[in-house]
Ligand binder design. Structure first.
Ligand SMILES: [Zn+2]
Length: 158
């Protein structure tokens, strides 16, 4: 997909089609709020420039991302009377970066599930709760350590 054929590059012109309304923008970013959602204030933060994925973020968008994100999340939290705002980035739908922001209140439609299958909760001795899927058990610890080693090497060498 190129910028010419990208729905999100059309900006406000595509908002009706996507059932959302623009609530803020600056030179690099725009924030829209969904008009078709289980969640009040469910929003999308997107760069105006055609940047596909978060790992490709660069330039002024990369420099401003943190402060823009925090400002938008604070406004969504306050406007929706939420306790906090969940953030989701997937990227395998429309290949133009869109950060999903979901104000969350206790008992609403959102949960903490990130994996498929029946979720099993395990209380740990330290008081934390571990969530895992009965369909996808944890991978062998050695495999996970090897991946961690590769990430460390890519980031700091070694
Ligand atoms: Zn685009």
């Amino acid at each position: 997909m190129t910028a010419d054929s990208c729905l999100l590059c059309r900006g406000a012109a595509a908002d009706d089609e996507l059932e959302r309304i623009e609530v803020w923008q600056d030179a690099h970013w725009r924030l829209t709020v969904s008009l078709s959602s289980e969640i009040a204030g469910f929003a999308y933060l997107e760069p105006k420039r055609h940047i596909r994925y978060l790992h490709e973020l660069g330039g002024d968008e990369a420099l401003s991302f943190g402060s823009v994100l925090a400002r938008c999340m604070q406004a969504l939290k306050d406007a929706a009377g939420a306790e906090l705002v969940y953030l989701y980035v997937f990227g395998d739908g429309i290949p133009h970066l869109h950060v999903h922001l979901a104000p969350h209140r206790a008992g609403d439609a959102l949960n903490e599930q990130m994996i498929r299958g029946e979720i099993v909760e395990e209380k740990l001795p330290n008081g934390m709760t571990r969530f895992f899927s009965d369909t996808f058990p944890a991978l062998p610890r050695g495999d996970l350590e090897a991946t961690a080693d590769r990430v460390r090497s890519l980031l700091i060498g070694g």
